[in-house]
Ligand binder design. Structure first.
Ligand code: GLY
Length: 254
């Protein structure tokens, strides 16, 4: 069975971190409605959704993906690259403790889960403004005992590695090649985003179905033409906070 940990949208979302986008007003009611739709979509795929209460003082805390990496054998609690996000770890560690042995990234390591793409036993970590070499080395040392290889990947033009590439089928990645090189992912097939839809590479694979935002119709067509089954969600309001569909859940097997 799959569990998804989510967290309700903070009333402080308007003060979120922004790296590549200009600040725009975020409608809290719309963001919350879209987030509820996202949770409902996960439930429709058989995922047991465990929502945490909103964190009033932590603007980005809806983006739970950044706070942990969960593999079958353990979970890593990150040390987020943005100082405003470091206090998000406490409640996520509590939520994960019943399910996994926890390992913590230590200073000077910094790591956002949005930079971590796991494909079977290969773990790719974006070398971004949020995640550094010290964290990559700590992950590698910890996860080697479970048979994982951890590799740093250069990424540019976007916030996180998973802004640029995500998995959409067992052997297929959805990628924006302007932001990350395909040569980093040997043995995989690729679907490129439409060049006019730069942010379209972020998708959530649940079993054999992909949760995908409605905002990228041309890339959606490419996915459908490749035979990928999609569940479409509205995610435009949290996109203004530089958050995408993978950011809003931590999904793992129990
Ligand atoms: N606003 C998402 C982040 O910067 O972490």
């Amino acid at each position: 069975m799959l569990i998804a940990i989510t967290r309700h949208v903070s009333p402080a979302i308007g003060k979120c971190e922004l790296t590549h986008l200009e600040r725009q007003p975020i409608d809290l009611a719309v963001a919350r409605a879209q987030h509820r739709q996202y949770e409902a979509a996960l439930k429709s795929l058989g995922v047991d959704v465990h929502p945490l209460p909103a964190e009033v003082d932590l603007p980005d805390s809806v983006f739970v993906e950044d706070i942990a990496i969960v593999v079958d054998e353990a979970a890593i609690i990150t040390r987020p690259g943005a100082d405003s996000r470091k206090p998000e770890t406490e409640s996520i560690a509590k939520a994960l403790a019943p399910y996994r042995k926890l390992f913590y990234i230590q200073a000077p390591g910094t790591l956002d889960g949005g930079d971590v793409l796991t494909v079977r036993k290969d773990i790719y970590v974006g070398q971004s403004s949020r995640s550094n070499q010290a964290a990559i080395e700590q992950m590698g040392a910890f996860l080697a005992s479970f048979g994982y290889t951890v590799k740093g990947v250069k990424v540019s033009g976007c916030l996180h590695l998973k802004s640029a590439v995500t998995q959409v089928a067992a052997d297929t990645l959805l990628v924006n090649p302007a932001w990350v090189g395909k040569e980093n992912f040997p043995g995989m097939k690729f679907i490129d985003v439409e060049p006019s839809e730069a942010y379209a590479a972020n998708a959530v694979l649940v079993g054999k179905t992909v949760l995908y935002p409605s905002s990228y119709p041309k890339t959606r067509l490419r996915l459908e033409e490749a035979g990928i089954r999609l569940v479409i969600v509205e995610a435009s309001e949290l996109a203004k906070a530089e958050g995408a569909v993978t950011c809003c859940s931590l999904i793992f097997k129990v």
